[in-house]
Design a protein around this ligand. Structure first.
Ligand SMILES: [Fe+2]
Length: 166
């Protein structure tokens, strides 16, 4: 992937990505999961900033890869259940992103690559571009099929998030 297209919120020294409305897909449950992914990237960013070491950064990357797989599986299930017409294309995007993060993990584990700010930039684009260019496309369809809009009520993921970290 070339880190170019999307222009998400500005980077500050404490965060890699600041959550903003432009990242919202307008569906509470999905936004909560995306915010969790954003938080994991910010955690990785902090680990690198604070020089916590390769093992710490790799552990966060594992968390990120695992949660990404879960999140994509949720999105794909919803698409199949609701009969979303863009399912095949979206699934292909997911498979590609999973492949990319898998390759990255292999390179890091074998020492062919190290966790750098360049890599963080890649991951930032990797996530924000998918949300803004692919995920936002399914919102109208999901909402028209009864998905709970952002702000309407706390989602399961939101409640879980608050009980764990709030
Ligand atoms: Fe997606």
């Amino acid at each position: 992937m070339t880190p170019s297209a999307a222009s998400p919120a500005p980077v500050t020294s404490n965060t890699l990505i600041d959550w903003s409305d432009e990242l919202s897909v307008g569906i509470q449950e999905i936004d909560d999961q995306h915010q969790f992914l954003v938080e994991l990237l910010n955690k990785l960013h902090r680990a690198i900033h604070q020089r916590q070491g390769t093992a710490a950064a790799q552990a966060i990357l594992v968390e990120l890869a695992d949660y990404t797989r879960i999140h994509f599986a949720v999105e794909e299930s919803l698409m199949r259940i609701l009969g979303y017409p863009g399912y095949a294309d979206h699934k292909q995007q997911h498979d590609h992103l999973i492949e990319e993060i898998g390759e990255l993990q292999e390179k890091l584990e074998s020492g062919k690559k190290s966790i750098t700010f360049e890599l963080l930039h890649f991951l930032r684009i990797w996530l924000t571009r998918h949300i803004m260019e692919e995920d936002q496309q399914y919102s109208p369809f999901f909402l028209s099929r009864g998905a709970v809009a952002t702000g309407d009520k706390a989602s399961i993921a939101g409640r879980l998030w608050k009980s764990l970290f709030g």
